[in-house]
Every structure is written in C-alpha cells, then in structure tokens.
Design a protein around this ligand. Structure first.
Ligand SMILES: Nc1ncnc2c1ncn2[C@@H]1O[C@H](COP(=O)(O)OP(=O)(O)OP(=O)(O)O)[C@@H](O)[C@H]1O
Ligand SMILES: [Mg+2]
Length: 411
C-alpha cells in the first residue's frame, strides 16, 4: 500500500535537490545473509525542504540515509544529488561535500582534541586557505551555539554539545543538505531540544534537512514526513496529513505525538477537534474551546489541561475561581532546576502556578522534556522546589516530616 498525500508546504517551482527513482538496495547480494533493505523507493526532495523519515526498526531508514551522500550505492535504481549520479565515481566527493551526514553516536564523530580544530578538520582537507578556514570555523561555531566552547576538549562536552559539534564540522564544509540519522537518540531532553532548535534555525537559512528519527514529536517539526515500512515508502505528506492516518501508523507501531494522541481520543469521545492537531499549542486551543475556559498553561513550557464541563475554572490563572472550593494541590510560582551550578544545569520548570480542586481530573500535556514528570514529582514530594511552594492536601511538601505525612495520604 502507498498513500501519496498532498505534498509538502514548499511553493511549486522550488528546485529539486535529491531525486531518487526506483531505489532498491540489497545487502550481500548473492551471498549468505542476503537482505533486501529497500525496494523500489521513489522520492524527491526539494532545495530547502525539511523532511523527516520515520519507520519501524529495520524498515530501511539508515540504508536510505546512506544513499543521500553515496555512502551506499544502489543495487538498482538511481540517486541524483543536485543532478549528480551517486554511481558516478568522479562526482562522489562533490556529493559528500554538498550532503553532510550526522550519525547517532556523537563520540564516533570526533576527530580532534580541541573543538575548533575538530570543526577545521574538513575544510583543511579541502585545502582551503587559513583565513577561509578560520572564517568557516567561526561561522559554524556561531550557527551551533558553541562559540564559548571553541578552546574546549570535545570529550568534555555534553552529548548534545558533541552532536552540535558534529553538525558544526559538517557546516564548515558549506553543505546544501544535512542528513541526520537519529541524532538525538543518545541525548537528554535538554540536549535534544537544543539540537532540534539548531536544525530549525539551519533550515531557515535555506539548508535542506533530512532527519531520520524514532520520535514522532521530532518528525512533527518537519515540513514533510516519509514513512518507510519493510523497505518501501508507504506514506508521505505534511505532519498533519501523515498523523491523520493513525491506523496505518498504529499497524507499524509508530506512536502519534502526545498532543495528536490526546486529540484523537477526545475526537473519539465526540469532542470537536478543528483540523489536524500536532502541537501542544493547537491542543490547548482546542481543549480551551471544549472546556470553556478551564485551561491554564505556564508560559508555554508546561500546559495543564483540566477536564471540561466544570462550572468553575480550576486554574490559578483564573482569579474567578470559587473561594469555597477546596483545592487538593496548589503550586505557587514553582520552579525546578536540576544540577544547579553545574555544566548539566537544566531549568525544567519555570514559575508554574496552578490549583487542582477536589474531584478535578487533570491532564498534564507537553512535549518530551517539557517538565511533565518534574511537575508531577513535586505533587508527591519526590522532588523539592528550587523556588516557589507546593501545597498538597493542605500540607506544604517542603520538609521531611510533611512529606512523610503526605505519603500516607497520596497515591
Ligand atoms: N550492513 C548490513 N548488512 C546486512 N544487512 C543489513 C546491513 N545494514 C542493515 N541491514 C538490514 O537491512 C534492513 C534495513 O536496515 P536499516 O538499518 O536501514 O533499518 P532502519 O530503519 O535504519 O532500522 P533502525 O530503526 O533499527 O535503525 C534490516 O533488515 C537490516 O537488518
Ligand atoms: Mg537506522
């Protein structure tokens, strides 16, 4: 089955950058362990596009990615990069300069003992003059937010920073396209967030991005998603179009992003959902319409959605809450910072305020790494606020004694 949905959002007339026709890849052909990884894949990627490639394990994502810069060559079919055929030996270096690859494990991509030397490695191999190399290194450091680490040893960087260093090394080659094969798989939420923001920014400068990912939340950021299954392209379209095919994705064990899942559940229960819901903000809007105002969100970091149908708003951001109602949980200007004062410092919650009343049903939604678990762990006293206050069943959860009492009351 192949479902070709209305194509991506780039205007017609934009130049084709990669054109793949009938691509089949067979590993170990004619030998023991022969394995067909791709079967007749057709794909066109336009200049400046942001394409996400998703699919179950073994569906051929990495194999396809390696064809984009001639690390693998077709068993049959054709891959053209900016008009250059990957089977043309003379074109290979030009293709690899135009399409840079970033892999899953950042440790395997480091070649030097100093950040700026690592970035300079590629341009040096191109034999560029020293001033040109210096300019490129400087620009790549800025584009990836690593300028202040330029004299650091790469081994001492966090995984997220190392991955941005790998991107900087590729950027210094002035590529037209970045292909990233599960670049966030080994990163913590903060590193993941920074890396994805870097990709968004690079795409805005006109660089074509191909992101292979297991995370549907990440794929949702792309302009277009390609779904692979068993070496075939089975679905392609905008994130909204692809996530609307929930049955196909479910069959492949691909989970919809959390906001899309919640929206689907609400729709099934008869609630009106306007158009495709992919991002947290759209879900909040829709929930707000359903609940008639009982929704609160801290400044876009964590969104807290209370059940619809309550006569009184449940959120502290609505000063009209009935004074007679008894609240069970109250958070006032709650902030939480992990590992404060260390290089791993992450501000997970920032100034969150909310009230949950007796009998409330509260859903906490937010993207991966937005602080959902951190928030909830304050309600049962597992975490202590860095700033602000949390009261549960009338008990301030700061302090050992209060927490012991709390654990007797809470599930
Ligand atoms: N070097 C190789 N030699 C033989 N078979 C391989 C090789 N690399 C991959 N394969 C096989 O090709 C198929 C596609 O693999 P590929 O790594 O492209 O999938 P993937 O979608 O990237 O999977 P994952 O989600 O696990 O990264 C799989 O069946 C895999 O076992
Ligand atoms: Mg893979």
């Amino acid at each position: 089955m192949w479902v070709g949905l209305q194509s991506h959002s780039l205007p017609v007339g934009v130049k084709t950058f990669i054109k793949i026709t009938g691509l089949t890849h067979i590993y170990n052909q004619g030998q023991p362990g022969e394995r067909r990884a791709l079967s007749g894949v057709d794909l066109t990627i336009k200049k400046g596009e942001y394409l996400a490639v998703v699919g179950p394990n073994g569906s051929g994502k990495s194999t396809l990615a390696r064809h984009f810069n001639a690390l693998l060559l077709p068993t049959s079919g054709q891959v053209l990069v900016d008009g250059l055929d990957t089977r043309n030996k003379e074109a290979i270096w030009e293709i690899r300069r135009r399409v840079g690859m970033v892999f899953q494990n950042p440790d395997n991509q480091i070649v030097s003992s100093l950040v700026e030397e690592d970035i300079a490695f590629g341009p040096e191999n191109l034999g560029l003059p020293p001033e040109e190399i210096r300019d490129r290194v400087k620009a790549a450091l800025e584009q990836t937010g690593l300028t202040r680490f330029r004299r650091h040893a790469p081994q001492l960087l966090s995984s997220g920073q190392k991955q941005r260093l790998a991107i900087a090394g590729v950027l210094a080659m002035h590529p037209d396209c970045l292909v990233l094969d599960e670049p966030t798989a080994m990163l913590d939420p903060a590193g993941r967030k920074e890396l994805l923001a870097t990709l968004d920014a690079l795409n805005k400068t006109g660089i074509t991005i191909v992101l292979v990912t297991h995370f549907m939340e990440e794929a949702a950021r792309a302009g277009r998603i390609l779904v692979l299954a068993d070496g075939k392209s089975i679905l392609t379209g905008t994130p909204g179009q692809v996530f609307a095919q929930a049955e196909i994705l479910e069959e492949l064990d691909l989970t919809l992003p959390a906001p899309a899942q919640i929206a689907r559940g609400l729709k099934r229960r008869g609630f009106f959902m306007p158009g495709p819901i992919i991002h947290q903000e759209a879900l909040i809007e829709a929930a707000l319409a359903i609940a008639g105002g009982s929704v609160s969100a801290d400044k876009g970091e964590v969104a807290l959605i209370t059940s619809g149908g309550r006569s009184e708003p449940a959120s502290a951001s609505h000063p009209g809450a009935a004074p007679t109602q008894e609240y069970v949980i109250k958070a006032a200007n709650l902030s939480h910072t992990y590992a404060p004062g260390t290089p791993f410092e992450v501000a997970s919650l920032k100034d969150v305020s909310l009230e949950v009343y007796r009998g409330d049903f509260l859903a906490v939604v937010g993207a991966t790494g937005s602080g959902k678990s951190t928030l909830v762990q304050h309600f049962n006293g597992l975490l202590q606020p860095t700033a602000g206050q949390v009261t549960v069943c009338g008990l301030d959860v700061t302090g050992k004694e209060a927490r012991r009492n709390l654990w007797r009351k809470l599930g």
